[in-house]
Unconditional design. Structure first.
Length: 401
């Protein structure tokens, strides 16, 4: 999981990509992690598009490097035509990264989407999955179109205790051990069984890249959908807390309706909700709407980016400031510019510092927690029956108000 900050860095970096075939929005949030390790791939062609979230671990080197190599390869070679081409793409990129000798690893939930070539045909979705991030399919009303994967998704999480994953791990010289919290890990350490990078888990077995304890060999699936449906690609930070796939689809559809189809705003809402539902990981979400981007759609033709400053309450921590500043760099702004943007938000609310503090508590805490805070006269010094220890900072914010 990596280091955790005293407060979640909840600023967001958003991108919008529009083409003749798609309207795409993606949002990234650092969250509680010590640094942001996610990356993404969006490659658009007239004949379709390639979309993916790369969720790094052990550092952000692998996800960043692989995302760049995916862009370069797709630009040079075009979309993979079939399962064999997609497998070759993933394994070639994985080997190239391993050859650099750089540490860290990354999962990758990806898909190729091809529009109809004739009237009356459906969109074709080629799912390409390495690890435990997810691809979901939803109707416009937010009803998840259930697939064969984890929690009704189109992808199955590649965990070491999955029977077929476990068989490969032991057959190729690895082990599966149950660690603290009931999490199963390859060789007692890695909590996923397929990923890019992570050379230490690819030293036994072989000779093929598929026959290693941990492999970047993608699991694939083929699906169809209508033009009114939409596709989501999310990192495992979305599903880490108490946020089922079906609820992710419902929230995305709700925000899409409220914003006139702003896929980036819907992706951002998923990030915030994931933190609210107790995710402690980096969070990335991508939403792909089917149909052309125009000057009248919320996602216009071309590419644009946007930075939302979030809260700055955690700036008493140098680790928080470092993580926040790194997100500013991703968003193309300086820390000072982000602080000025936050100030403008507060002035726009015409609120006081006390009101801002209470707003923050309302945003971070459930109503039941706020009621308990109000009942604490001398601070939250005890544990409640559900095991939740109230935050002293939140209590001070309540008293300020």
């Amino acid at each position: 999981m990596g280091s955790s900050l005293p407060k979640a860095v909840d600023c967001t970096v958003m991108e919008r990509h529009g083409s003749k075939q798609f309207q795409v929005g993606v949002a990234e949030m650092n969250g509680w992690r010590g640094s942001m390790e996610d990356a993404h791939v969006i490659h658009l062609e007239d004949k379709g598009g390639y979309f993916g979230i790369l969720d790094g671990h052990g550092g952000g080197q692998c996800s960043k490097w692989c995302a760049k190599r995916f862009h370069e390869t797709l630009h040079a070679q075009g979309l993979p035509a079939d399962d064999a081409a997609a497998k070759s793409l993933c394994l070639t990129i994985d080997q190239a990264y391993l050859d650099t000798g750089t540490p860290s690893g990354s999962t990758g939930a990806m898909c190729v989407i091809r529009p109809p070539t004739k009237q009356g045909e459906t969109y074709k979705i080629h799912v390409i999955n390495v690890g435990d991030s997810r691809v979901l399919l939803s109707k416009a009303d937010g009803t998840m179109i259930a697939g064969p994967g984890t929690d009704g998704g189109l992808t199955t999480d590649h965990k070491p205790d999955h029977p077929s994953e476990r068989e490969r791990i032991y057959r190729t010289g690895g082990t599966v051990e149950e660690a603290m919290g009931g999490v199963y890990r390859v060789n007692g350490d890695l909590a996923v069984s397929r990923c890019f990078g992570d050379a230490d888990y690819k030293r036994t077995g072989g000779p093929g890249q598929e026959d290693r304890p941990v492999t970047a060999n993608p699991e694939m699936g083929h699906f169809e959908c209508n033009g009114s449906d939409f596709i989501l690609v999310v990192c495992d930070g979305v599903s880490e807390g108490n946020f089922p796939n079906a609820q992710v689809c419902q929230l995305a559809a709700k925000v899409l309706r409220e914003t006139g189809g702003d896929a980036a705003a819907a992706a951002e809402a998923i990030c915030f909700k994931s933190v609210e539902m107790e995710s402690k990981d980096n969070i990335s979400a991508m939403i792909i709407l089917l149909g052309p981007a125009t000057n009248q759609t919320a996602v216009s033709p071309g590419k644009s980016s946007e930075f939302h400053p979030g809260s700055l309450i955690g700036t008493h921590s140098s680790d928080y400031v470092e993580a926040y500043t790194a997100m500013c760099v991703r968003g193309g702004v300086t820390f000072a510019e982000a602080a000025a943007m936050r100030y403008a938000v507060l002035v726009g609310r015409q609120g006081t510092a006390k009101q801002e503090a209470f707003w923050w508590v309302q945003k971070k805490c459930r109503q039941s927690y706020i009621e308990r805070l109000l009942a604490c006269e001398n601070g939250p010094t005890h544990d409640f029956v559900d095991g939740t220890r109230l935050c002293l900072t939140c209590w001070y914010c309540i008293k300020l108000f």
